[in-house]
Design a protein around this ligand. Structure first.
Ligand code: HAM
Length: 414
């Protein structure tokens, strides 16, 4: 059987065998966030386009070419959210969260949309989990954010992950640095890729991210921001590093680290996995002390990160086994179907996972089905009201008293 339709390019269906792995990632993340006091927030899947233009930045690839933007029926420009930080800052302002105890620590999970060229680990609809701590400039918050993603990666057992750390400093000192960087790029303009050349003024930092050899050769000798940090920024960065060291989190300083969003200030970080191909970043983020102000609020420092669930699953490279069922109720006689349903409800209420035959199969077919769905016990309900309990692993079968059904299956299931 085939349909004439397929999931759109760059999107995918999450089938039950894949959903199990996802659930494990989401549950592990939710538990880690809850233990550190991060509370769940959910924002809409679409926002006014201008939020991303202002928040993420007009010079970024995301805003320039990757947004799913359309007009609604009233002619307003709407965009499917490409990321979650700008929407959460919008919600922080809209709901007056600055009046709450600061920092406001939030976590989220959900779908995001970017019109990128699809490849392994890069999709047009993907799913992120993430955290944001809004209302503090303490290096403790940077370290805590990093620690949460580090813990999640460790708990899930994602192999081959490395933490890269950098700092972009504050906007003032960064402007002076950017002028030097632009001068460096202009001096060797003819060796740069067209894309980088066109963006010398708009976004010179992105040149560090270029994958063409010409640009890379120019960047090898470029001044880096980490060596030019202003005193306060350097101190903040040193504090973050010593907090990570104190908690035993290994990292490497990457002076060429850049990120695809314009809002970052000071700390930036990236968790990369050598098991993944070109799209090697599992998750990353940083501080964004100017974003809330950029969106119309008063200056409010903040830090956070997001990780791609698909990238985590790719790096884990495993399919989660189905849990199986504690019990399957088979009937040998039509008269017992109602009894099977009532009993199934009782067993389920007692916490025992139970299925009944919904397919009207004969006993042989029901046993085969029970085996396929991984049922550990089958209870065969006989026409006279009696029952047999069959252990699917040993094949052993014995009569069982009606009054003891729940107790016995409960014991068998545990
Ligand atoms: P981002 O680096 O754009 O940051 O995305 C975070 C993560 O989302 C990436 O590391 C990657 O795992 C995943 N991801 C991004 N694009 C795709 C894609 N097309 N397909 C599959 N996975 C993808 C942000 O979005 C920031 N909002 C993070 C942040 C939060 N910074 C501060 N707070």
């Amino acid at each position: 059987m085939a349909s004439n339709y397929q999931a759109p390019r760059g999107t995918f269906d999450v089938l039950p065998e894949e959903a199990r792995g996802r659930a494990r990632v989401e549950h592990a993340a939710a538990a880690i966030f809850a233990r550190a006091g991060y509370e769940r927030i959910a924002t809409p899947a679409f926002e006014d386009t201008e939020l991303f233009e202002r928040g993420v930045g007009r010079s970024t690839d995301i805003v320039r070419k990757e947004m799913f933007t359309f007009e609604d029926k009233a002619g307003r420009s709407i965009t499917l959210r490409p990321e979650g930080t700008a929407p959460i800052c919008r919600a922080y302002l809209q709901h007056g969260m600055h009046k709450l105890a600061q920092p406001v620590k939030l976590c989220y999970a959900g779908p995001f949309f970017r019109h990128e060229r699809p490849q392994a680990g890069r999709y047009r609809q993907f799913h992120q989990i993430g955290v944001e701590a809004i209302g503090t400039d303490s290096p403790l918050a940077d370290a805590e954010a990093i620690m949460l993603l580090h813990d999640l990666i460790a708990e899930l057992g994602v192999p081959g992950v490395e933490l890269r750390l950098g700092s972009l400093g504050s906007p003032g000192p960064r402007r002076a640095y950017l002028e030097d960087l632009k001068a460096h790029l202009r001096a060797r303009e003819d060796e740069l890729s067209k894309d980088v050349r066109e963006r010398i003024d708009l976004n010179p930092l992105r040149a560090f991210d270029a994958d063409d050899e010409g640009t890379q050769a120019v960047m090898a000798g470029a001044p880096t921001i980490v060596e030019r940090l202003a005193d306060e920024d350097a101190e903040h960065f040193a504090d973050v590093r010593s907090l990570l060291e104190a908690t035993g989190i290994a990292y490497t300083i990457d002076p060429t680290l850049v990120r695809g969003l314009d809002y970052y200030t000071r700390t930036i970080f990236s968790f990369v996995c050598d098991e993944l191909g070109a799209q090697s970043e599992i998750g990353g983020g940083g501080r964004y002390d100017g974003l809330i102000e950029q969106l119309g609020g008063s200056p409010t420092p903040a830090v956070g990160w997001a990780a791609g669930i698909e990238r985590i699953l790719l790096a884990l490279g495993e399919v989660e086994e189905a849990a199986g069922r504690d019990a399957f109720l088979a009937v040998v006689d039509e008269s017992q179907r109602q009894r099977a349903m009532t009993l199934a409800a009782e067993l389920r209420h007692a916490g025992i996972s139970t299925e009944v035959d919904l397919g009207g199969r004969g006993l042989k077919g029901q046993l085969k089905h029970a085996d396929r769905i991984g049922a550990r016990r089958v209870l065969i309900l006989e026409a006279d009201g009696g029952a047999q309990l069959r252990d699917m692993r040993s094949g052993e079968q014995r009569p069982i008293e009606a009054g003891r059904l729940i107790d016995e299956i409960g014991e068998a299931g545990s």
